[in-house]
Each structure stands twice: as C-alpha cells, then as structure tokens.
Design a protein around this ligand. Structure first.
Ligand SMILES: Nc1ncnc2c1ncn2[C@@H]1O[C@H](COP(=O)(O)OP(=O)(O)OP(=O)(O)O)[C@@H](O)[C@H]1O
Length: 249
C-alpha cells in the first residue's frame, strides 16, 4: 500500500463502523458496518430518507458518538496533538445557538473555549459574520433572528474556527428554498477557501447536486459510488448531472 503524506491522509476513515441504539428486542441498528473515507477537500452529500441513519453516521464521523462495532479514525486530523474537536466543525439540524448570547458572542464562544484571547476571538467572529454578510446582525440575540439568519450564524460559528472538516446535518432542512440555497452557497464557498472537506446530509436532491460525490443511506446501510445493493441499484458521482442552484460555487 502506498504511504500517504500526512496532509493527504483521509480526514475520516470508517472501518465497518456500526451504531446500534438500545439492546435486545428493542435494539435499533441505525448504521450497519459503514466503510468509507473522506479525503481532504472532498465535497460529499449523504442522501437518504428520514430515519436511514444519516445523522448517526455524521455524529460518528464527528466523534460526537462512538461506534458500537468497528472503528472511526481521523488519520489526517490527529497530527498536532491539539485535539480532534479543534479540526472538526459540525452544523446541526435546527437551532443550535445559545439564547443568552448575541450572534457575535455565539460565534466567538468556541474560539474562547479553544483558548483564543477575547479580543482576537471577537475579531475572528466578526470577520466570519462579515463573510456571511451578517455584520449588521452581530449584536442580535438568537430570538431576534430569522431561522435562515440563525443558521447562517451557526455556519459562521463553525467556519470561524477554520476547521479542516465540516460536517453539516441537513443544514438547509428547515429553511425555505431561497434561504437554503444561500446558506449552502456560503458554506461551500467558505469551505473551499479553507480547503476543508465537507460532508452534508440531506434528503434534498438539489442540495446533493451542488456537491461532487453522492453517498446513499438506506435502512442504515451506506452505499458509495461504484457499489450496488438491492436497496440502491445505482450510486454515481454527481459529475455533469449537476443542476445549478444559481448560487456561487
Ligand atoms: N438516540 C436514539 N435512540 C434510539 N434510536 C435512535 C436514536 N437516534 C436515532 N435513532 C434511530 O436510528 C435510526 C437512524 O436515525 P438517524 O437520525 O440517524 O436518521 P436520519 O437519516 O438522520 O433521519 P432524519 O433525516 O429524519 O434526520 C432511526 O430509526 C432512529 O429512530
């Protein structure tokens, strides 16, 4: 096997990783042994119906949850000894901002937790909000934001930490089409600028069409391009089937 330079190693590697909730007769296998890698700079959509295991797979990849069998590792991220979480940004489905903090305080908080001095954290948070055209909302509380604005602040919070891997769980699922398109466009543009790998779960084919590769989840089974199962006869890279959403690339 060829030896990869550290910066070419997968950001995430799942080796037969499975997650079962509960035990005995009530056990639910949310993810059956998933095997996959996310290379640096990859842009991957994980598509599948509700309950197919997309969120569970992303949480495993983020290290927020542990597989009950198999293994999840991050060979391309575990280099500097400053903690895996430092390099992974997760955008959650639905509201995730802390209500008592303003937008800029929400974005700065993870930086402060990382040990960034307050003035620098605030400056980086403001820059991240600016890049998403949210500067005028910096002092607003989450309650004063629309769902789309709040989701863009959540994206800014992830991007301000300059992650090398962005995992987004249905980031546009609760937004109207136009707002969703904008959130996706800024997320992808910022990730490209950072050179980050991106994995987005979605049940919206229009979102998947904006990414380079499509993985399918069906009943907890992951099917990647080139593989076939009974549940999913075909899973191809999006490639030239791409339909434009009209947002910047
Ligand atoms: N904490 C939990 N305890 C028990 N079962 C769970 C838990 N979380 C998820 N599940 C089950 O695991 C399966 C996969 O759920 P998951 O949320 O990963 O699917 P999903 O594809 O992300 O769905 P959605 O698109 O609706 O978010 C479902 O059957 C779900 O009911």
């Amino acid at each position: 096997m060829a030896v990869l330079a550290k910066d070419q190693e997968p950001l995430v590697r799942c080796d037969d990783a499975a997650r079962t909730y509960g035990r005995g007769s009530g056990a639910v296998v949310a993810v059956h042994g998933a095997t996959c890698t996310v290379p640096p700079g990859a842009r991957i959509a994980v598509v599948g119906p509700s309950g197919s295991g997309k969120s569970t797979l992303l949480h495993l990849m983020a290290g927020l949850d542990r597989p009950t069998a198999g293994r999840v590792s991050h060979p391309g991220l575990t280099t500097t000894g400053d903690g895996l979480a430092r390099h992974i940004g997760m955008v959650f489905q639905g509201p995730s901002l802390l209500p008592p903090l303003t937008a800029v305080e929400n974005v700065a908080l993870p930086l402060r937790i990382d040990g960034v001095p307050e003035a620098e954290a605030t400056a980086r948070a403001r820059a991240a909000l600016d890049s998403l055209h949210l500067d005028s909302l910096a002092e607003k509380l989450p309650d004063e934001l629309s769902a789309g604005q709040a989701q863009r602040v959540a994206v800014a919070r992830v991007l301000a930490r300059r992650p090398r891997l962005v995992l987004a769980d249905e980031p546009t699922g609760q937004l109207d089409r136009e707002t969703g398109r904008h959130v996706l466009a800024v997320l992808l543009a910022a990730a490209a600028e950072l050179g980050a790998g991106v994995v987005i779960s979605t049940h919206d084919p229009r979102v998947a069409d904006e990414l380079d590769t499509r993985w399918h989840m069906a009943d907890g089974r992951l099917v990647r391009p080139g593989e076939k199962t009974e549940a999913e006869p075909e899973a191809e890279p999006v490639g030239d089937q791409r339909k434009s959403l009209g947002g910047p690339r």
